[in-house]
Design a binder for this molecule. Structure first.
Ligand code: PMP
Length: 394
């Protein structure tokens, strides 16, 4: 029966993170593996009130088929929120998607042909690599430092690969590194994209979750020629289970995205869209985001302190100003998969870094998530990882 599968299926494996997440569902496991928001912060009662209001006011409408583009009041609110961070748009430039993951998947469908070149940060978001891999592109990785993708290297790669379709970037508190691209690099990225006539896919799920440093406008803010496709989501500021994301791009692109989305799912869940809009009408989502920021800041601080206290001195790590992740680079002699094996015996988990490099490297790296465990569990889990590292470093 295996011969029946399309050959592209063989390029897609179930993500390593998902496999580890299965193990970490056991309650005794302290998990820094997933990218899960803090469940205790979900505004359950307000969402219940918003759901009741939707059902009372427009029950049939919320349960009926609706337009592919998405619920107009929600798109209008999204335009307002993007304006406040420096993106000018209107509802014709916004398409609501089933999570930003669908926006990434549609981006692959829209642009990629076999053998196309994508430029991305090294490392980058695993589920984007997998979504794009279906089309068998070649991934050109550009090195990063603490200020994000290095522009001299980007320019070198654009010279070598002038046929590049798009640059895929996560500028704010990147997954997996937690690093943020500086303002001047964002401006330079736009200049280079204009010069080499490539698109930029800006995947920005974490921008609103900044808890330190100065806010930097999204890459799309600097866009002069309509070549940035901006993707974001309610997952990290509201509730990922509702599966609400969006794409903001010029109409030329949105029309094509809409046509593709029609054959995928007709439209995004109407009820979820209406609940989210109603929540924002009845409650202050910015106050809610403030709470998320404060909690994540404390958790991140605790985790950073634990690295200093429990990890060997020759371990390097990022210092995020927001988002959900810290990136760790172990001495090159260590394999983080082996470290993980030992850690799982001690009921603590993280994600090895290698899968985040599309062309394979980074065996000594790993990603830690701090949003999903309380401070006591962070301390205990980090102590256990520290013990394993000290044993393996010897
Ligand atoms: N992009 C990045 C960089 C992510 O980290 C995630 C989620 N972890 C997504 C997109 C997808 O998020 P969602 O589909 O929940 O909006």
């Amino acid at each position: 029966m295996h011969s029946k599968f399309a050959s592209r299926v063989n390029r897609v494996k179930s993500s390593e993170t998902r496999e580890i997440l299965k193990v970490t569902e056991r309650p005794e496991v302290i998990s820094f593996a997933g990218g899960l928001p803090a469940p205790e912060l979900f505004p359950i009662q307000p969402i219940q009130a918003a759901s009741n209001a939707v059902l009372e006011e427009n029950g049939a409408g919320s349960l009926q088929y609706s337009t592919t583009e998405g619920y107009i009041p929600l798109r209008t609110v999204i335009c307002g929120r993007m304006k406040s961070i420096g993106i000018e748009s209107d509802i014709n430039k916004v398409l609501i998607t089933s999570g930003s993951q669908q926006a990434i998947d549609l981006t692959g469908r829209l642009f990629l042909e076999e053998g196309d070149t994508i430029i991305c940060e090294s490392p980058t978001y695993l589920a984007a690599i997998n979504a794009f891999k279906i089309y068998n592109p070649s991934f050109v990785e550009v090195e990063m430092d603490q200020d994000g993708m290095i522009m001299e290297e980007l320019e070198d790669q654009l010279k070598k690969h002038p046929e590049t379709k798009f640059i895929y970037t996560i500028p704010d508190f990147q997954n997996p590194t937690g690093r943020t691209m500086s303002r001047s690099r964002r401006e330079r990225m736009i200049e280079l994209a204009n010069q080499y006539d490539v698109l930029i896919v800006e995947d920005n799920p974490y921008g609103a979750v900044r808890f330190a440093g100065e806010a930097i406008p999204p890459v799309k803010h600097f866009d002069t020629e309509g070549r940035v496709i901006y993707i974001s989501t309610f997952s990290k500021i509201f509730a990922p289970g509702l599966r609400l994301g969006w794409i903001c791009a010029d109409e030329l692109f949105i029309e094509k995205y809409v046509a593709l989305k029609q054959s995928v799912d007709l439209h995004t869940d109407s009820f979820a869209q209406m609940i989210t809009f109603k929540y924002m009408e009845l409650y202050d989502i910015d106050a809610h985001i403030e709470t998320i920021r404060a909690v994540y800041k404390d958790r991140c601080d605790v985790m950073l302190r634990c690295i200093d206290e429990f990890f060997p001195a020759n371990v390097a790590h990022s210092v995020p100003e927001g988002g959900l992740f810290i990136w760790v680079e172990l001495p090159k002699s260590l394999d983080s998969r082996k470290v993980l094996e030992e850690c799982l015996k001690n009921h603590v988990a993280f994600v090895p870094g290698a899968p985040f490099f599309p062309n394979g490297k980074g065996n000594h790296t790993l990603r830690l998530n701090y949003s999903n465990m309380n401070e006591d569990r962070i301390v205990e889990g980090m102590r256990r990882i520290g013990e394993v590292l000290r044993q393996q470093i010897g």
